[in-house]
Design a protein. Structure first.
Length: 177
């Protein structure tokens, strides 16, 4: 997505320009909540799960020693886009309220919140490629180099959306160079 706004000379081929302008990168938000106590464990919960709010719940401090802990909301598509549209503290407040419904008691144990939006990151503008109908046939054009420019990343691999894809396509590009 970032490449759409970078001028190059000579201009990209028509096939490469179509790919650059047409690929869709899904919105993702990860919200990390640091809490003073892993209060959900008293109810026999492990901290992981799915919600009907549009995010998965992760517990990155699971199996780590200590009283305090971390919860994460991994929101994608509609939920992430909704948070992206909120400004200032409104997005954080919505994320806190939503997690508090999933794991009641969050507010009273909350120490801090950190959010990461891949769509709002000026160096990314989206988390990972989400092929739309008919776009998988672009794969060859996605991976094809243009002059002295090689392309690598999860979008240029057999594992779109995964770090392994970024690594393997990066290694492939490095070997070709």
């Amino acid at each position: 997505v970032v490449l759409r706004s970078i001028a190059v000379t000579p201009e990209w081929s028509a096939a490469k320009r179509k790919v650059i302008d047409g690929l869709y990168y899904g919105p993702v938000q990860r919200i990390t909540y640091q809490v003073s106590e892993r209060y959900w464990q008293r109810g026999g919960l492990n901290g992981f799960g799915s919600s009907d709010k549009g995010f998965q719940v992760w517990h990155p401090s699971y199996s780590k020693p200590g009283r305090c802990g971390l919860l994460q909301a991994y929101g994608f598509e509609k939920y992430a886009a909704e948070l992206d549209r909120l400004t200032g503290a409104a997005g954080v407040e919505r994320a806190i309220a939503d997690m508090d419904e999933v794991h009641p008691g969050l507010r009273q144990h909350l120490e801090t919140v950190i959010t990461k939006s891949w769509s709002n990151d000026r160096f990314q503008r989206g988390a990972f490629v989400v092929y739309q109908p008919g776009q998988q046939k672009w794969y060859t054009d996605i991976c094809r180099r243009e002059g002295q420019v090689w392309f690598a990343g999860e979008h240029a691999s057999g594992w779109p959306g995964w770090m392994q894809g970024s690594i393997t396509s990066g290694i492939k590009a490095a070997r070709e160079i």
